[in-house]
Design a protein around this ligand. Structure first.
Ligand SMILES: [Zn+2]
Length: 368
């Protein structure tokens, strides 16, 4: 490698190679599993996001990890007396060196104080936690019951708000999964029973169809997810309220939301330059993803999931809306106001569930 090239490479910190993947996620761009950072940057180019400008913004800022961030305080949480520090002490966070405790704390601190306290408190009530060691996007894995956060940022990082929002989003997927219905052991037993039944009745082809159509996940979700099992004071689950409220709205909302998003984007770019694009996605991403689910992936404003996602996981609409309302409540009052405007009853049901989680009325289902 030429010396100049080597010099150039040195200037880009290792964590920055993960950045384009995070950006793609926030812009709802789906990449193949084997995509390289270059593929990710190329995909971003199509959205008018240039690597040079992103790097320029970040270079010269604080390092993304650790000791250099003494300015960020770790407050005791009022409600539970538990802090992120306590989460670490209780082994609920598996930390990597790059994405360290302070980095994760910073992201949680970026959220609304009260929502942060509640989120941390809920993570103490079951056997789930955070893991900053993994690669790839922020995600919640029901298999190991951890929220995986790969990108942990500090300081004036333009992605900080978006990353914080993603961490809250995944945290509330974990809460949805751990606070609902029968416990996972019972749910696995139920799924095994169903497997035997289906094979007996329809043979192996029927069983394969059951898996490939997403019916299995759907049945599993109906047994285990808070969004499917908790019946709110309106007599409906979160899922039922969401479906009632959004039925037949897709086409009308698509035009309207696209127009409002575009107008905001233009105004934000005028005001904030390149960062304005991110601001517009932060504001409109949550309702856009809900609309994307509502139209089975057909309408894409500024966020969404891969084609097939919504069908494959029959529960995904409720799970996503739940996580999106939570992350908006934590990190974006503007997005939260939009959700209230479009899906007021669903937000109300969320608030009811939130209060009951906070007061301890809804308890985690433990697996011994
Ligand atoms: Zn999600």
């Amino acid at each position: 490698m030429a010396k100049e090239q080597e010099e150039k490479k040195k200037k880009i910190p290792a964590w920055a190679t993960r950045l384009p993947f995070g950006l793609c996620k926030r812009y709802g761009i789906t990449l193949p599993d084997n995509a390289t950072p270059r593929d990710a940057w190329n995909a971003l180019k199509g959205r008018g996001i240039s690597r040079r400008e992103v790097y320029e913004k970040i270079s010269g800022k604080e390092k993304p990890t650790g000791s250099g961030n003494k300015g960020v305080k770790e407050e005791q949480t009022k409600e539970s007396g538990k802090t992120v520090e306590d989460l670490v002490a209780s082994n609920r966070i598996k930390l990597s060196r790059k994405a360290d405790k302070q980095g994760l704390t910073n992201l949680l601190n970026e959220g609304d104080e009260e929502v942060k306290d509640t989120t941390v408190k809920l993570f103490f009530d079951d056997s789930f936690g955070y893991d900053t060691k993994g690669r790839g996007y922020e995600n919640f894995s029901p298999n190991d019951n951890h929220v995986h956060c790969r990108y942990v940022s500090v300081g004036d990082d333009p992605l900080k708000q978006a990353t914080s929002s993603a961490v809250y989003h995944e945290s509330w997927h974990a809460i949805d999964f751990n606070y609902g219905g029968i416990d996972r052991k019972e749910a696995y037993e139920y799924i095994n029973r169903r497997k035997s039944e289906i094979i007996e009745e329809q043979g192996l082809p029927g069983y394969i169809k059951w898996i490939n159509s997403g019916e299995r996940q759907h049945e599993y979700a109906q047994k285990t997810r808070l969004t499917h099992t908790y019946v709110a004071s309106n007599g409906k689950t979160f899922m039922e309220t969401l479906l009632d409220e959004t039925k037949g709205k897709g086409a009308k909302w698509a035009t309207e939301i696209q127009e409002r998003y575009s107008a905001d984007r233009e105004a934000f770019i005028k005001e904030n330059g390149e960062e304005g694009k991110m601001k517009a996605v932060n504001k409109w991403g949550d309702i856009s993803d809900i609309l994307n689910g509502l139209t089975r992936g057909k309408v894409f404003v500024c966020a969404g999931h891969a084609r097939g996602y919504w069908d494959k996981f029959g529960d995904a609409r409720a799970a996503e809306a739940f996580a999106e309302i939570a992350s908006a409540k934590a990190t974006s009052p503007e997005s939260y106001a939009i959700l209230k405007e479009y899906i007021p009853n669903t937000v109300l049901t969320f608030e009811e569930i939130y209060d009951k989680l906070k007061s301890g009325e809804i308890k985690a289902r433990r697996v011994e």
